[in-house]
Design a protein around this ligand. Structure first.
Ligand SMILES: [Zn+2]
Length: 219
């Protein structure tokens, strides 16, 4: 297994629709194993294939959830059915999302409360479940990657403006930029001790733990 560099905003594969997987073969299983290893090294809650430069409809996640779904898995050729997304303004803390391909930044975004996920595992076995809360958010975020969309493409104006400014400041928006998990400094400030499966702990209450309130900021 290999940890891969993570592509950054501006790399064309991030901004294109990824292709359906047609062969459930060893190459796919290797891709999934590499994605898990890369996601672990990046302390991510999820990682989509375009984030390691591969334009295929596959994502992995690592997220302990209350939906009875294994805390770690891969989903191939997913289909999502969303509940209605609230039109209310996003909560600056509860709804703050981040992305390993827009590293170190975070902006609030409203998502659907629940999502039905259908697809296949790495062996081609069908799977289907409903994901709620932050787990549902992870599903929506990773699925977007497969359609060439990042969460920053969905922000309301005031945050979209901030995201554009941040991208300019970092020199993003051009092809070829990556960062290397485990080598480059962790963009979301996770230490190496943080090896647990990520969990969104509501017992902390609202906003009691600062800017990077969600362990699973990187997606
Ligand atoms: Zn992302």
């Amino acid at each position: 297994m290999t940890v891969h560099p993570i592509t950054i905003w501006g790399e064309p594969v991030l901004h294109q629709r990824a292709a359906e997987v047609t062969e459930f073969d060893d190459a796919l299983r290797t891709l999934i194993a590499d994605m898990h290893e890369t996601n672990d090294a990046a302390h991510g809650a999820g990682l989509a294939a375009p984030q390691i430069g591969v334009g295929l409809r596959v994502f992995v996640y690592k997220f302990r959830n209350e939906d009875g779904v294994p805390p770690r898995g891969a989903i191939v050729n997913p289909r999502l059915t969303l509940s209605k997304v609230s039109g209310a303004a996003p909560d600056p803390e509860e709804d703050e999302e981040g992305c390993l391909s827009f590293p170190g930044e975070g902006y609030p975004l409203r998502r659907a409360e629940w999502v039905k996920v259908e697809g296949f595992d790495g062996d081609g076995q069908p799977l289907e479940f409903v994901a709620t809360g932050w787990f549902g958010r992870v599903m929506q975020h990773e699925y977007d990657h497969l359609d060439g969309k990042l969460y920053v493409n969905r922000l309301i104006d005031k945050y979209a403006k901030k995201a554009r400014r941040a991208a300019r400041k970092h020199g993003w928006g051009v092809p070829g930029l990556t960062w290397m998990p485990g080598v480059d400094p962790d963009p979301f400030g996770h230490g190496d001790h943080d090896d647990d499966v990520h969990e969104h702990d509501h017992s902390h209450g609202h906003g009691g733990h600062g800017h990077a309130g969600h362990d699973e900021t990187g997606l």
